[in-house]
Design a protein around this ligand. Structure first.
Ligand code: NAI
Length: 290
């Protein structure tokens, strides 16, 4: 059994849905947990201490250890306070699960700059800020696990979610660079792209998805990625309904010439679009250009 005894985990946005389920699972397996949640509405407006407090109460009732935190992940002060609450309560931090999220869906032509910025602030800025506030502790102890929450909407695009998909693909870049920079300090960073029945998706998913697409089926992957036995880093996994799959950014073999022109590109389009054999790193991409 993968256990987390002695480990301290910060789960952002853990008052509802996926974060709540991640917090319950890690706590059940011995982690001491900071349950962060601003407690606002799905669009990020409002605030309430209720959701984080309820999750902490449930964890304690089950015999686990947790503290509630209601700071905003999207401000530097909030992110610092979240990490500080782990240090104050438990003396350390080992795991950061960046899960907090909001939606401000609008078709692209109608989206306002406020709607764009608000979504990027919680998902991208929030994940950056909380990870960075925890980073000195992880580096110092030579150990850490970061799990970021991307989305199929970011990886593949989705109507009405230009802000959200930009944010969620941004998290893939953040994850990959964190994995590269953290490697020498024993810090692994991975991202998940989940599908689960929560307040965020209940109006969008068919009713029959509720029983299959449970939050618990996503939390199993989060626990695996947060565990010290996990060797993966810089990876992205699609997860939902009991299925887990690697998602990867790859570059096809391409086509090259010393005489590249717009016409040559048009004439060789089919070769340019070939997918295999592919490469998976910037170094291999560069090598193939030589
Ligand atoms: P949810 O709405 O149930 O949970 C999100 C939580 O984040 C809420 O409890 C909310 O209060 C909290 N939160 C929002 N802004 C915050 C802030 N600034 N600071 C602290 N907490 C804040 O939604 P769900 O579905 O559990 O989403 C969790 C994550 O999974 C999100 O990042 C979401 O984008 C992502 N996701 C969910 C999918 C799904 O199928 N449910 C699909 C793809 C991604």
């Amino acid at each position: 059994m993968l256990r987390f005894d002695g480990k301290v985990a910060i789960i952002t946005g853990a008052g509802h849905g996926l974060g709540r389920s991640h917090a319950l699972l890690l706590a059940e397996r011995g982690a001491r947990v900071v349950v962060n949640d601003l407690g606002g509405a799905l669009d990020g407006t409002g605030a309430s201490a209720g959701p984080a407090a309820e999750v902490v109460e449930t964890i304690r009732k089950n015999g686990g250890e947790a503290v509630a935190n209601t700071d905003n992940v999207a401000t530097p002060e909030g992110a610092k306070a979240i990490v500080q609450s782990a240090v104050d309560a438990f003396g350390r931090v080992d795991i950061v699960v960046n899960n907090a999220g909001i939606l401000r869906d609008k078709s692209f032509g109608k989206m306002t700059v406020e709607e764009f910025d608000a979504v990027l602030a919680v998902h991208v800025r929030g994940s950056y800020l909380v990870s960075q506030a925890a980073y000195p502790y992880l580096k110092e102890q030579g150990y850490g696990r970061i799990v970021n929450t991307s989305s199929p909407a970011g990886l593949f695009g989705n109507f009405g979610q230009a802000n959200y998909s930009t944010a969620k693909m941004g998290l893939v870049g953040l994850t990959k660079t964190l994995a590269i920079e953290g490697a020498r300090s024993g810090i692994k960073a991975n991202a998940i792209a989940p599908i689960a029945w929560t307040r965020m998706t209940e109006a969008l998913l068919p009713a029959e998805f509720e029983a299959k697409f449970t939050a618990e089926r996503v939390s199993a992957l989060v626990a695996f990625l947060a565990h010290e036995s996990c060797e993966a880093s810089g990876e992205v996994f699609s997860v939902g309904g009991g299925k887990v799959a690697r998602v990867f950014v790859a570059e096809g073999p391409g086509w090259k010439t010393d005489d590249l022109s717009p016409e040559a590109i048009a004439d060789n389009w089919d070769s340019i679009m070939v997918e295999q054999p592919y490469v998976l790193s910037a170094a291999d991409s560069m090598k193939a250009m030589l």
